[in-house]
Design a protein around this ligand. Structure first.
Ligand code: HEC
Ligand code: HEC
Ligand code: HEC
Ligand code: HEC
Ligand code: HEC
Length: 185
């Protein structure tokens, strides 16, 4: 009698173990594996360290033109001002000098904030609104290594792109219109 009872409870326990294994497996699949399959990692031309350039003003590389439009990421000409030849011995700088400066090739940086083509965004109306860069971008000031750039396989956009609800939340707070045509031209 006793043996049968303990057999029954052993198989019950085994059932619970199987159930948990299947349940956890499904969670891992749904939350970790599938979302990761949806994104592919894309390489940047080279590592870029904002820390290594901390002696320079942000405005020396990212500036607004007099008409309010934004220059975005600096072009190779800017880098050449200091990197005609390597100043240090890092791999990233070797790539910059040998693959880009010497060959006069523009590095194709991937921007973590890039929006889909059907979204209109300009820095111009946001300038002078008391918004810091980190309100919409990650804090680059302590960054020695660029983070992994992950691209959605279906939409082709960066995983860190600002979501529509985030734009709309701030617009609502600041009393800016949330008509579709404002952001979708
Ligand atoms: C020597 C030139 C240089 C200086 C100085 C510089 N940056 Fe950059 N910055 C870059 C380059 C190159 C990139 C492109 C790397 C990338 O793909 O993010 C970049 C990217 C960025 C981005 C975009 C990040 C994203 O979403 O992709 C922000 C925001 C930024 N910098 C802010 C700053 C701030 C704030 C400062 C001053 C503290 C600064 N930068 C100083 C060269 C510079
Ligand atoms: C005003 C001068 C100046 C400008 C402009 C400049 N750099 Fe630099 N850069 C430096 C200095 C100084 C260092 C540090 C040297 C060292 O120790 O390697 C450095 C280091 C680097 C390194 C190596 C850092 C590391 O951690 O591997 C890379 C890569 C680099 N710069 C890329 C760029 C790119 C790309 C641009 C243009 C968008 C640029 N730099 C513009 C001065 C400059
Ligand atoms: C209100 C949100 C917001 C603020 C504030 C903001 N940005 Fe952006 N930034 C964006 C968005 C959204 C994009 C992507 C635009 C696109 O897809 O064309 C972007 C793109 C960029 C790019 C890449 C441009 C390119 O052409 O490759 C750089 C560099 C950048 N921002 C730097 C900055 C810096 C530096 C500041 C602070 C002075 C700043 N941003 C403030 C939202 C913002
Ligand atoms: C943190 C606050 C904030 C965020 C986040 C933000 N905006 Fe704005 N945006 C503003 C403010 C404030 C204005 C109004 C500027 C003015 O009054 O001229 C504005 C204006 C605009 C305008 C011009 C509106 C007009 O009337 O012409 C566009 C387009 C726009 N934003 C698009 C976007 C998009 C797209 C995003 C998200 C990727 C975004 N904004 C995220 C604060 C924000
Ligand atoms: C303040 C800016 C803003 C306004 C206003 C806005 N959108 Fe968007 N919308 C975005 C941004 C940014 C994206 C891309 C990021 C994302 O998918 O969340 C987007 C994406 C979309 C997409 C694609 C969704 C997807 O998952 O690919 C649709 C559809 C859309 N918007 C419809 C609308 C409609 C309809 C309205 C008006 C009721 C509207 N939007 C108003 C900023 C805005």
């Amino acid at each position: 009698m006793n043996e049968k009872k303990s057999e029954a409870s052993a198989s019950k326990a085994l059932g619970v173990v199987f159930f948990l294994a299947g349940f956890i497996g499904a969670l891992v699949l749904g939350w970790v594996v599938f979302p990761n399959l949806l994104y592919s990692q894309k390489a940047q031309p080279m590592n870029f360290s904002h820390v290594a350039h901390a002696d320079n003003d942000c405005e020396s590389c990212h500036t607004f033109r007099p008409d309010g439009t934004y220059t975005g990421v600096p072009r190779l000409d800017k880098c050449k001002e200091c990197h005609e030849t390597a100043q240090g011995t890092t791999e990233a700088e070797r790539i910059l000098v040998e693959e880009y400066v010497e060959k006069n090739r523009e590095p194709m940086w991937k921007n973590y904030a890039w929006q889909p083509d059907n979204v209109y965004f300009s820095h111009a109306p946001h300038k002078g609104q008391g918004l810091e860069c980190i309100r919409c971008h990650r804090d680059v000031t302590k960054e020695e290594k660029l983070p992994a750039y992950r691209e959605n396989l279906i939409t082709g956009y960066s995983i860190s792109t600002m979501k529509m609800t985030e734009c709309e939340e701030c617009h609502a707070q600041k009393g800016v219109s949330n008509n579709c045509e404002i952001c979708h031209k």
